[in-house]
Design a protein around this ligand. Structure first.
Ligand SMILES: [Fe+2]
Length: 248
């Protein structure tokens, strides 16, 4: 898969890259570049930028000098952090508490990426952490959670693994279907209310981020929803998953 950069407008660029799973299948991966009102830039997630995409990012960001921070929003997406820190040495690196354990060579900020202080620093973004499921699961194969980010100016919803769009449903722009990460049930906290908390969180998110149109999924690619259809798709998937999630 060739890396691609998509200008979604209002200072948001979605960058699609490769991630080869188990040595065979390229399931893709993402990062995003955002221009702040100050004229400076941040990245969501780390990726080793190459070739044309690298050139375009460097042209936009004054050779990388204007990138002030990298917000690594998935506790288990860590493979590109060390290279990203070499490529943007002046940027502040935010991550979960798992990031410094996995990539100790990066000079991580004390503030965690999901903290209120990081959210306050970037008021042009909305952040949401799923409720009822482990953000950092004790089971390392469970990747259902991540910090979700919304950029209202470009109507871009940035979701690493929590929601995904099955390949067969990606090209129906009228009504793309949304799915939950396959490990969502496994990620539930050991609490009788966990399933309900998760579903209630997702429903509130669907309403609050209803104006979102560009769905940037780590392994689903970039999918464009018509106005209001993201909300409808998320409500639908929660409606069908609620019984199973609440029965744990
Ligand atoms: Fe992932």
């Amino acid at each position: 898969m060739t890396d691609e950069i998509y200008d979604l407008g209002a200072g948001f660029w979605s960058i699609r890259g490769s991630f080869i799973k188990n040595g065979i299948l390229d399931i893709g991966v993402q990062c995003a570049l955002i221009k702040l009102p100050s004229g400076r830039f941040i990245f969501l997630d780390s990726y080793t930028l190459k070739d044309d995409v690298h050139q375009q990012v460097m042209a936009l960001t004054n050779d990388g000098q204007d990138v002030e921070a990298v917000l690594n929003v998935h506790p288990f997406h860590t493979v590109h952090c060390a290279q990203m820190a070499k490529d943007f040495p002046q940027a502040t690196f935010y991550g979960s508490s798992r990031h410094p354990e996995q990539v100790p060579e990066v000079n991580w900020a004390d503030d965690l990426v999901e903290s209120d202080s990081v959210a306050a620093r970037y008021p042009e973004l909305k952040f949401s952490l799923p409720q009822g499921i482990h953000y950092i699961s004790p089971d390392e194969t469970v990747h259902a959670s991540s910090l979700l980010v919304y950029h209202p100016a470009s109507q871009s919803i940035y979701v690493d693994d929590t929601f995904e769009i099955p390949p067969s449903k990606r090209f129906n722009a009228v009504q793309p279907n949304l799915g939950l990460h396959p490990t969502t049930k496994k990620a539930l906290k050991d609490d009788a209310n966990a399933g309900k908390e998760y579903c209630d969180w997702a429903i509130e998110l669907a309403h609050e981020w209803r104006s979102g149109r560009h769905f940037c999924g780590a392994h689903s690619g970039l999918v464009v929803f018509e106005e209001g259809k993201f909300e409808a798709a998320l409500l639908l998937v929660i409606d069908s998953a609620r019984n199973e999630l609440e029965s744990k």
